[in-house]
Write a protein that binds this ligand. Structure first.
Ligand SMILES: [Zn+2]
Length: 497
């Protein structure tokens, strides 16, 4: 996963002079939402409830033109506020009136409304823009993947700044209407349900709606020439999958994996409770990257995920995130284990159900893979730091921590916790400490030492620690290799690209 340098926004104190005297008590919203891993991510002083994105894209030139309308509310008396955005802006209006705007930091758009905003008041922001996202570098990088027939926005922890202005942090989730005009014969895919589609004068407009709170990095846009399959689950949930027309040798394996989305979502609902969103699906564009991402309702899969054949493990992983990561999102990026530990453990549960190796066998084998002096054990999944946010330890040791919990509390309490947690924090945000408290409440067991051992110590849990987690201390060569091991490896390898 890409990570970037941190350049906090610069406070333009001189702007305060332009605020009318009657607004002396108003102050600028902060340039970051307060996440120590990414101080410039998100912004302070307001909360967005809805994004309406009306876009037009030219695949030949990569020109993206847009009008973004944000429905927000002030959380303090605001003289000015920031949006996170990298593209060229031509106009900003707040509550219908032209607003002053300027750029600062690595991706800050500072907006000064004509009139200050009172705490608690709703407001509407309209931003007009046009640019070529593949040419927009933020800290030397673009998250926009241009393809031979279009472009894709799917990255973690940030991708929004290359296609719409936002409060770019999982703490500020919102609903979305995404409307995209493309030349006839090209498709535009986003999250949720396709509410309508119409053609006129050689262009087709696709209107997508995602009607439950959604984090900015989980909002995706895929433009290109796709084959689209549609179905409904047994519960009546619409399934929309999309495959680039030029996946080459990976085309069959991609379909053989992603077409099982409905089946996997149904099984996951048995593990984690009712599916939280209005649609499900996945898409495989013709990108050159290797990773997959849990974009809400419609995960993104790189074709390379299927280079060695069908891989249901990666589908299980990304769909598990719909509960663990998407509905219940991190409070700060240090809480990444709540996403990746559980999505990885879901692959172990699927393996167990498929008769390809139990979670305990996979835990034994995983523990044996890494000798005590391997740097793997120095990364603490409970607070890995921004440079190691997507390290193997967050996934593998993260799943071991969950197996240790299962051994400690027993299957009845364990599966009650797995199902109860997404309901307890549905559509919200949570910290690892919240999970530990919840698991203690359900199981009645003190668990802080267990989680300290598996999530927070910078060393390999010793033989006693392993035994107390039901994990074998035999070497990898003495253990049978679980049948699912190779597929699970392949699914995880992509995440670490
Ligand atoms: Zn994941």
């Amino acid at each position: 996963m890409h990570r970037r340098l941190i350049v906090p926004g610069v406070l333009a104190a001189s702007l305060l002079l332009t605020v009318p005297a009657s607004a002396a008590d108003h102050s600028p919203g902060s340039a970051g939402i307060g996440d120590p891993y990414y101080p410039a991510s998100g912004n302070g002083g307001y909360d967005v409830s809805h994004y309406d994105l009306r876009l037009a894209y030219q695949p030949g030139s990569d020109l993206l033109e847009g009008t973004a309308t944000l429905i927000a509310a002030a959380e303090q008396d605001l003289s000015r506020f920031n949006l996170d955005f990298g593209l060229k802006v031509s106009e900003v209006r707040v509550n219908g009136k032209k607003a002053r705007f300027e750029t600062s930091g690595s991706h800050e758009l500072e907006v000064t409304p004509a009139a200050p905003l009172a705490k608690g008041s709703p407001f509407t922001v309209v931003v007009r823009y046009a640019d070529k996202p593949s040419e927009v570098k933020i800290d030397g990088y673009t998250a926009w993947a241009r393809t031979p027939d279009g472009g894709i926005a799917a990255q973690e922890p940030e991708s929004a700044a290359w296609w719409y202005p936002s409060n770019d942090h999982p703490l500020d989730k919102a609903t979305y209407d995404v409307s995209v005009s493309v030349p006839d014969g090209t498709q535009a895919i986003s999250n949720g349900v396709l509410t309508s589609q119409s053609s006129q004068l050689g262009r087709t407009r696709f209107n997508w709606r995602s009607d439950k709170p959604q984090a900015t990095y989980l909002t995706t846009l895929a433009i290109g020439k796709f084959d689209i399959t549609r179905d409904t689950t047994a519960d009546g949930l619409p399934i929309v999958n999309a495959y680039s027309k030029d996946l080459g040798a990976n085309a069959g394996a991609a379909r053989a994996s992603v077409e099982r989305t409905g089946e996997v979502a149904e099984w996951l609902s048995d593990q984690f409770g009712p599916y939280p969103f209005n649609a499900v699906g996945g898409y495989v564009p013709n990108v050159t990257s290797g990773f997959a991402l849990e974009t809400q309702t419609r995960p993104f899969y790189s074709p390379k995920q299927f280079a060695k054949g069908a891989n249901t493990s990666v589908v299980v992983h990304e769909l598990a995130h719909q509960w663990y990561g998407d509905s219940v999102s991190v409070n700060g990026w240090k809480d990444i284990w709540l996403n990746e530990g559980f999505a990885s453990y879901a692959e172990w549960l699927w393996s167990e159900k498929e008769g390809e190796g139990t979670a305990r066998e996979l835990a034994d084998y995983t523990y044996a893979q890494y000798p005590a002096d391997d740097p793997f054990w120095t990364v603490r999944p409970g607070d890995p730091g921004p440079d190691n946010q997507f390290d193997a330890a967050v996934y593998d040791r993260g799943a071991l921590a969950i197996q240790a919990l299962r051994e400690k509390v027993g299957d009845d309490d364990f599966f009650a916790i797995l199902k109860g947690w997404p309901a307890a924090h549905a559509y919200g945000n949570a910290k690892i400490a919240d999970f530990v408290n919840y698991a203690e409440k359900i199981s009645g067991e003190p668990l802080s030492q267990l989680f300290d051992t598996w999530l927070y110590q910078p060393s390999k849990p010793d033989a006693a620690g392993a035994r107390s987690a039901g994990i074998s201390t035999r070497g990898a060569s003495e253990l049978p290799r679980p049948k699912s091991w190779t597929k699970i490896r392949a699914a995880h390898a992509g995440h670490r690209d």
